[in-house]
Design a protein around this ligand. Structure first.
Ligand code: AMP
Length: 416
């Protein structure tokens, strides 16, 4: 075995998977730009404090942060998600409102690595800052929904809930805390620990032992203010208007503590239930303030690229794009001709592959076959002497000889 392997929870993404990643991001950027969002590329590490604003009881902050002192004595961390960085950037640059941004890139969390859960994982996402409009919530949620549908995914479920406003949430947490404490004898050991830190997260428990207690827990619905209830009703109306099916689940709380009002998750029913959330998001009406900015509402989502591709595999959709090599150059005269021809053709926009190491004609033709090129150009001794090239169609095997200086013009006909 090689001395060095990738660290646990990290992977090399090789061709053709890397081509699939590229296509995924390109599709997402097209969809987001069409909806009026523009790209933000925040740094991969920030002052630790930026991420600490995500909440003191959030696992991502307390247990999973990749933080370290840099050589200048700054305590920094690799980003565990993008939302905090986007809000920090908002406070730093004060753009005009509403500010609509999309992003794509890796995040880092020191999690227990397993299939579908990595320590370095990619997300694409959007954030919309500066509007409280519930119709915006519906549009944002629909953007994610339509993106998944565009990949060909059918087994996706949208689950939605409202966590109410600041006061609502706190009120509900106390109601929940007393209910869970009264039933603590029946809770799992893990949930008892969670209860002490963050009662809401007990609702996330997937353990059988907790199922009955979680099912009987009081609903947050009764704790919502009239304003939060109205907001939620309009979001659902918006989803109906946009033709997005949803399931309301008043147990959905999500892992990050900053969510207010609308919160949602896209779940793949084609994946194992332990790792079936392919995306999620919500409103976070306090985060910008926590980062030192003016009170500014925000809503966004993050879609997990790695996990969405697993869902695509499970449903047999969104395969890696096929190779798009136009041309392959075979040269049995030493390589100078292939070098010159390939360079000239690449310069006018063709994708061109070629053989190296002066292989035999037979071996080079084999490579040409494998490359998927539509046309192979062949230069042997006699072509080199007469300044000609053989143009061979890899589709029907027909070939013709043409003057080398008419090559670019001739190929225009083949690749219109
Ligand atoms: P979050 O930022 O925790 O709201 O996660 C949003 C989405 O990112 C999830 O629904 C997953 O699809 C994906 N995700 C989060 N953590 C991981 C991870 N450790 N490995 C792979 N995907 C992840």
């Amino acid at each position: 075995m090689a001395e060095f392997q990738t660290s646990p929870g990290t992977r090399d993404i090789l061709h053709p998977d890397s081509a699939r990643w590229r296509a995924f991001t390109a599709r997402f950027s097209d969809a987001a730009e069409a909806a009026g969002f523009h790209q933000i590329i925040p740094p991969m590490f920030e002052d630790l404090g930026v991420f600490q604003r995500l909440g003191e009881v959030t696992d991502v902050v307390t247990k999973e942060m990749y933080d370290f002192m840099d050589k200048g004595g700054r305590h920094v961390a690799l980003r565990p998600e993008h939302t905090a960085s986007v809000c920090r950037a908002f406070v730093q640059h004060r753009p005009t409102l509403p500010w609509l941004v999309w992003y794509a890139g890796p995040n880092f969390r020191y999690e227990k690595a397993q299939h579908g859960r990595y320590r370095q994982f990619d997300q694409v996402g959007v954030e919309a800052l500066g509007s409280n409009d519930p119709w915006l919530d519906a549009e944002v949620i629909a953007l994610g929904w339509n993106f998944f549908a565009g990949l060909g995914l059918r087994d996706v479920k949208l689950v939605i809930n409202s966590l109410g406003d600041d006061g609502d949430r706190e009120r509900y947490v106390e109601i929940l805390r007393s209910y869970l404490s009264a039933n603590s004898g029946d809770l799992s050991k893990e949930s008892l620990e969670t209860l002490a830190r963050n009662p809401l997260r007990v609702l996330d428990s997937k353990r059988d032992q907790d199922a009955a207690i979680v099912a009987g827990a009081p609903s947050i619905r009764e704790s919502l203010s009239d304003a939060a209830k109205e907001h939620f009703a309009t979001v659902l109306e918006g989803l109906d208007t946009l033709g997005v099916p949803f399931t309301v689940n008043d147990r959905l709380v999500r892992g990050l503590d900053y969510y207010r009002r609308t919160t949602f998750e896209y779940v793949s029913t084609a994946l194992d239930s332990a790792q079936n959330a392919i995306g999620g998001g919500g409103r976070y009406d306090g985060l910008v303030e926590d980062l030192g900015g003016p009170a500014t509402p925000g809503i966004g989502f993050a879609l997990g690229l790695d996990r969405t591709l697993l869902a695509c595999d499970a449903e047999g959709v969104f395969a890696a794009p096929t190779d798009s090599t136009d041309l392959f150059v075979v040269d049995t005269t030493g390589g100078a001709n292939a070098t010159a021809i390939a360079a000239a053709l690449r310069n006018v926009g063709h994708s061109v592959a070629r053989a190296y190491d002066s292989r035999s004609m037979k071996s080079q033709m084999k490579q040409a076959d494998k490359s998927g090129a539509k046309v192979t150009l062949i230069v042997g001794e006699s072509e080199a002497e007469t300044n000609t090239v053989i143009v061979r169609s890899m589709v029907d095997g027909t070939q013709r000889t043409i003057a080398r200086d008419s090559l670019i013009e001739e190929l225009k006909k083949e690749f219109k």
